[in-house]
Design a protein around this ligand. Structure first.
Ligand code: ZN
Length: 329
């Protein structure tokens, strides 16, 4: 049996249990927080306590694992996650490595790499950093990343393509699975898969994230038929609404695709994307975007729509289990 790295250390994959495959705890730009939040709207202890309360409640509703793909560009801060995790030992938290950007690479990589001003060894330093996170651990935290993440939101720009290729190479080197942010409205899962296929990625280890944002079944079936997994991972976002998202999942299950679907919200305990008043705005503008919406509202709605317990278990337990099981195991 193989194990997956979590903030609490390695956990046997068959003990992951019901898993939400794309959740954030904090989305927080550290530069913004340090310059505008300190002494003002950011209260570290209060936010950590609030996250602990929310995640304890989630674990009490039957979710055993969350995957937190908060990578560079989204404010990954493992010591803060460790503070939360220490108080919620009943919940596994899996963390990721990678880069989140919609256009350009971060400036720390801008001049370094093959063909660039600083080209030490012909290896993209992104690949080196990703592999280190996946094999040795993240900084001095003792926590090891278990998956890779990249984002394709606007188009496959040169910067985005470089990151996707670096993610693919780190996957080939380590076997770590990949999750993605994609723009389903623009059908950007398609070029993402094309790039990964060219780079020799095992597509069964790829989640095409935010696929549930579209109702185009032809597109979704095309992605699933590539072998990749559909991230129906924005339950609680208002557009499309709950009924539409549920009906899309039910339609895919009726066609026999429950083994290619994972479920999640893409919620955060605190997201500075919503500004300093994130908690109030989240509660009033996006009231369903919360970590316990799936166990309390979505699963009953899926059953109501005719989705079987076997299919629900596939999406929530079996598929995450298989995704984190190394291909060689
Ligand atoms: Zn996300």
């Amino acid at each position: 049996m193989s194990a997956v790295e979590t903030v609490h250390g390695p956990v046997e994959v068959d003990r992951l249990g019901p898993t939400l495959m794309h959740e954030h705890i904090f989305l927080l730009n550290p530069e913004y927080m340090q310059n505008y939040g300190r002494g003002s709207w950011w209260d570290e202890d209060a936010r950590v306590d609030d996250a602990i309360t929310r995640l304890r409640s989630l674990a009490g509703k039957g979710i055993k694992t969350i995957v937190d793909p908060t990578v560079l560009g989204l404010g990954r801060d493992i010591p803060r996650i460790q503070r939360v995790a220490a108080a919620v030992p009943e919940l596994n938290i899996v963390v990721a490595t990678g880069i989140y950007t919609y256009h350009d690479v971060p400036f720390v990589y801008y001049m370094r790499g093959p063909g660039l001003l600083i080209d030490a060894d012909g290896v993209d330093p992104m690949v080196t950093d990703f592999v280190r996170d996946l094999t040795e651990g993240i900084a001095d935290t003792g926590v090891t990343a278990a998956l890779l993440k990249c984002a394709v939101q606007e188009d496959m720009s040169p910067g985005v393509a470089r990151i996707c290729r670096a993610v693919a190479r780190a996957h080939r080197e380590t076997g770590a699975p990949i999750t993605t942010h994609t723009n389903a409205g623009k059908q950007l899962g398609r070029p993402t898969i094309e790039l990964f296929r060219t780079e020799g990625v095992d597509l069964t280890k790829v989640v095409i994230g935010h696929s549930g944002d579209t109702v185009d079944l032809d597109y979704l079936l095309e992605i699933a038929d590539s072998g990749a997994i559909l991230g129906m991972d924005r339950f609680g976002f208002p557009d499309p609404n709950l009924t539409t998202r549920v009906n899309t999942v039910a339609a895919l299950c009726r066609r026999g695709y429950a083994d290619r679907i994972v479920l999640s919200h893409d919620a955060a305990c605190f997201s500075d994307w919503l500004g300093p008043d994130a908690l109030e705005i989240n509660a009033h503008l996006l009231p369903d975007l919360r970590h316990d919406y799936i166990p309390t509202v979505v699963l009953p709605a899926l059953r109501e729509a005719g989705v079987s317990e076997t299919d629900i278990t596939a999406m929530l337990v079996d598929n995450p289990h298989r995704y984190f099981t190394p291909a060689s195991a």
